[in-house]
Ligand binder design. Structure first.
Ligand code: FE2
Ligand code: FE2
Length: 471
């Protein structure tokens, strides 16, 4: 009874801690916004003091801020990632945007109005979050400068069009070199548009546009890792760099827990291809699979894939076994924080086991004591909160089950996967992830296909005498 209460207390404590964290996250996002608005107002006043007056500050407060709260805040509150990690995602959206506005105020003051460019912030926000939010960043930037120059709609459009183009064409970028196309298209759009609306630009002005956009792209590439480290929101480029197998953390995993390392590699293939079928972030799925069991570098021998001869669980109680298994999740979270892995990878580490019961130890405990208490044998959770996290959970269980199968054939593997997914579904593990039944069906189909492909039998080659093969 005492144990039961202590577990309930711990769960309530965990929940209230989560709530506290959410509130803390929410308010630190608000503080960041207020701080940046004040900073922006002060910078505008200092840098463009001669041209604007009282009039700008009034329009800023009466037009820009209401527009911000009605468009930006409402749009971003619906975004699942902003809901999950508001502090990190607000930082990934606001800091590049406001930094770019302040840089362009300097450019305007010391270079030329022609040199104002949205590319830097739009590109960073698109790469870090997604292209819709990138377009929103471009829109806000254009509105700000439009207001600054006396509600100049043409100028607003002149800034917004290239932002739209650059965001749209960089939405699938995975390698740095691919940035060239959006840069060229955005610069061309900007030049053609200025020609059409008859802004009297000289050839020199067009060259400035090209140059500034080019520098914006260069700065983006240089500054991107800094934003990733600071916000723990990673672009696909950053994720791929992180998933480099010579990463020290992954090297440590391969040395200390080779079985887990191999298991993670298989899951990365399964998760990547399964996520592709639902148009999810397959790079996130692949890289988070590498790290999902990283906590197993502590006491690797307690996990079946690393056991060579004896099973250390034989000598300890089922309750202690359960605690040790839980630790691969909690220690994994600790490592994710320490090495500043992306927040979404930390989520996947904490969610990949959900709140599932370790049935083997639960059963053993029941046989020993006659007490049925599943709470002692549950993983700490939470259950998957987004699609890629759920895909990883399904792949993890599927890989473990297929590894225990003697013979892999299509009928049997289909049946097994149906059982696994039904069980996860009925346990409520997939309740919060947002996957539809159609998507679950697609994921299952792709996992079966990939497992069959990975396990296909090689034809046996006839043995030929080495002498015959000599030239
Ligand atoms: Fe695990
Ligand atoms: Fe695993």
């Amino acid at each position: 009874m005492k144990n039961k209460y202590s577990f309930i207390k711990r769960r309530i404590k965990n929940r209230s801690n989560n709530e506290k964290n959410n509130i803390h996250n929410k308010y630190s996002g608000v503080v960041l916004r207020i701080f940046l608005f004040i900073l922006l107002s002060i910078f505008t006043e200092i840098l463009v003091y001669n041209r604007i007056t009282f009039y700008f500050q009034i329009s800023f407060n009466l037009v820009f801020l209401p527009l911000w709260f009605f468009i930006v805040e409402l749009a971003l509150r619906k975004n699942q990632l902003f809901k999950l990690h508001s502090k990190n995602y607000w930082a990934a959206f606001l800091t590049p945007l406001f930094l770019n506005i302040i840089l362009n105020l300097l450019v305007y003051k010391y270079i030329n109005i022609v040199a104002i460019s949205t590319i830097l912030s739009t590109l960073i926000v698109t790469l870090l979050i997604n292209y819709e939010v990138g377009i929103l960043a471009g829109f806000i930037f254009s509105v700000y400068f439009g207001i600054l120059f006396g509600f100049d709609l043409k100028f607003m459009l002149f800034l917004f069009l290239p932002a739209f183009i650059v965001a749209f064409f960089s939405r699938k970028i995975k390698r740095r070199i691919e940035i060239i196309l959006p840069f060229i298209l955005a610069s061309l759009t900007q030049m053609i548009f200025s020609y059409i609306i008859n802004i009297n630009y000289s050839v020199f002005d067009y060259l400035i546009i090209l140059e500034i956009n080019f520098f914006s792209v260069l700065i983006t590439m240089g500054i991107l890792p800094f934003f990733e480290y600071m916000t723990r929101v990673y672009s696909e480029i950053g994720l791929l760099e992180l998933g480099n197998l010579s990463n020290p953390l992954l090297k440590e995993l391969s040395l200390k827990a080779p079985g887990t390392y191999y298991h993670s590699m298989i899951i990365s293939n399964l998760a990547e291809s399964a996520t592709e079928t639902i148009n999810g972030n397959s790079t996130l799925a692949r890289v988070s699979a590498y790290f999902h069991d990283i906590g197993k570098i502590w006491r690797p021998q307690f996990f079946s894939e690393n056991q060579k001869v004896k099973n250390p669980h034989v000598n300890i109680s089922p309750k202690l076994s359960s605690l040790i298994l839980n630790n691969h999740v909690t220690y994994g979270i600790e490592l994710a924080k320490k090495y500043r892995l992306p927040v979404l990878i930390e989520d996947i580490i904490s969610q990949h086991q959900g709140t599932r019961v370790k049935q083997f130890f639960y059963n053993e405990y029941y046989q020993e004591t006659g007490i049925k208490d599943s709470s002692m044998f549950r993983y700490p959770g939470p259950i998957p909160q987004f699609k890629e996290s759920a895909v990883l959970m399904i792949c993890d269980v599927s890989e473990a089950v297929t590894r225990s199968m003697q013979e892999i054939n299509p009928i049997e593997i289909n049946q097994k996967l149906d059982e696994i997914i039904n069980s996860l579904f009925l346990e409520g593990q997939l309740d919060d992830c947002g996957l539809t039944l159609r998507e679950i069906k697609k994921i299952k189909g792709r996992i079966v296909k990939t497992i069959l492909e990975m396990n296909h039998k090689r034809i046996s080659y006839p043995k030929i005498d080495v002498e015959e093969l000599k030239e």
